[in-house]
Design a protein around this ligand. Structure first.
Ligand code: GDP
Length: 201
């Protein structure tokens, strides 16, 4: 199970620091608002308690954090900086925006985008911006509606239907969505299957 073996590789805060691209290299990027539950989702998918803690180290929050999936030296999960955190200075926001835009435009290995959203607050402005970057590149994207344990099954299902409808209207059929919980582990297998397919596993 490759996700269980995920391990920290490096953090990049400029395009030059990204791992070198190889012919067979593929990676899946994780985006989400700060506090949406992105670290918990990564940890649940990889079945590790502290994998994504490195992404939260102060000073690392504006970096792309790469996790490799041994034994595959050129398959990565990439933790993008959490967005929507008001206290980030404007220059940092601008640097981050430019870096992310450049990453989406130029990174050949990028095979798909996972956007992690709190199921109670889905499809906010920056979520839509990230999805737009992926779709414009012709890449698939998948929305994890996490913290589903905070809602009843019925309410979670209703939100999923509404989100799928909006995604279809804005992005066509290249964006999929599912219910998820890093807490109860609901939806972990479904998320793994999507990511494994994008990585060619
Ligand atoms: P990040 O900033 O997006 O990486 O978010 P974290 O994964 O650190 O989660 C932010 C907060 O939400 C933490 O207090 C987590 O314990 C909580 N959290 C994350 N995922 C879930 C979930 O699926 N269910 C519940 N109930 N809480 C969650």
């Amino acid at each position: 199970q490759p996700f269980q073996r995920a391990q920290y590789l490096l953090s990049a805060h400029t395009v030059r620091q990204l791992p070198a691209e190889t012919d067979g290299g593929r990676e899946v990027a994780f985006a989400g608002r700060s506090n949406a539950g992105k670290s918990s989702a990564l940890n649940a998918i990889c079945q590790q308690n502290a994998l994504a803690r490195v992404s939260k180290t102060p000073g690392r929050t504006q970096q792309l954090v790469f996790f490799e999936l041994p034994p595959h030296a050129d398959l990565y999960l990439v933790d993008l900086p959490g967005y929507g955190y008001a206290k980030v200075p404007k220059e940092m926001q601008e640097h981050w925006q430019a870096f992310i835009a450049q990453y989406f435009e130029s990174r050949r290995a990028l095979a798909g985008l996972v956007v992690v959203m709190d199921i109670r607050h889905p499809l906010r402005e920056y979520d839509l911006q990230m999805l737009g970057y992926a779709v414009r590149r012709g890449l698939p994207a998948h929305a994890l509606l996490t913290k589903a344990d905070k809602l009843s099954r019925g309410a979670a299902g209703n939100t999923l239907q509404a989100v799928r409808k909006q995604l279809a209207a804005e992005f066509g059929d290249s964006v999929t969505a599912q219910v998820f919980s890093g807490e109860s582990k609901q939806g972990v297998d479904e998320a793994r299957a999507v990511i494994a397919r994008w990585l060619g596993l």
